[in-house]
Design a protein around this ligand. Structure first.
Ligand SMILES: Nc1ncnc2c1ncn2[C@@H]1O[C@H](COP(=O)(O)OP(=O)(O)OP(=O)(O)O)[C@@H](O)[C@H]1O
Ligand SMILES: [Mg+2]
Length: 185
């Protein structure tokens, strides 16, 4: 069972490959409606409507190295397995929004995994791209935005080791506060 954070990492890689300068990762855990919603919005190159319809199918890809693309189909399958689904909205030249939802309490729903690590990897590998991470759990909410961090840092690079360690702590603590001090499942 693949952790949801690894699916998120895959889908955000698509946004980066599409030339995005800003990627928003929004997670909503609504225990009243029993939903776990993952939304990834980017301002990359986008796709045609009919192509966007097709990419849930693993045999559609622009990759040259192999014939199947798996990022989207795997998240789609994870949603389907848990009474959920996946929606792709995209405009060529404007950007893309991928929304996946799963039944929160479903026995097959993978745990979220390590979002602090995911955010850290994304920033270290793509320091020029901005990331915003918003995580809501019922009435509680945590926000993190690299644009704010960069504003405070001034000339210091966001990929400096001390900064990255600080970011990891921020995300860890933020997520703990959503869960009353416990780690997210
Ligand atoms: N955010 C996006 N913006 C523009 N095009 C996208 C975006 N996400 C997906 N695509 C297009 O959809 C295709 C399928 O994506 P998917 O992640 O399923 O596979 P892949 O990226 O080709 O391969 P893999 O994820 O296995 O490395 C991509 O090759 C790309 O052409
Ligand atoms: Mg991909």
């Amino acid at each position: 069972m693949k952790e949801l954070s690894l699916h998120i990492l895959d889908v955000v890689q698509n946004s980066i490959a599409a030339g995005s300068t800003l990627v928003s990762i929004n997670i909503t855990e609504d225990l009243d409606t029993d939903l776990f919603i993952i939304e990834i919005i980017d301002n990359g190159c986008g796709m045609d409507e009919d192509y966007a319809e097709k990419i849930k199918d693993p045999f559609i890809t622009r990759r040259k190295s192999r014939k199947v693309g798996l990022g989207i189909p795997l998240l789609y399958a994870a949603g389907k397995r848990c009474e959920g689904d996946l929606k792709i909205e995209s405009k060529k030249g404007k950007g893309t929004r991928i929304t996946a939802w799963l039944k929160h309490s479903h026995i097959d729903r993978a745990p979220l995994g390590n979002m602090a690590d995911t955010i850290k990897i994304l920033i270290v590998c793509n320091p020029e791209v901005d990331f915003s991470y918003n995580h809501k759990k019922n009435e509680k909410e945590f926000n993190f935005d690299t644009r704010e961090v960069k504003r405070i840092l001034g000339d210091v690079s966001i990929s400096e080791m001390e900064v990255i360690t600080w970011i990891e702590e921020q995300v860890k603590e933020g997520l703990k506060s959503l869960n009353g001090g416990a780690d997210t499942l």
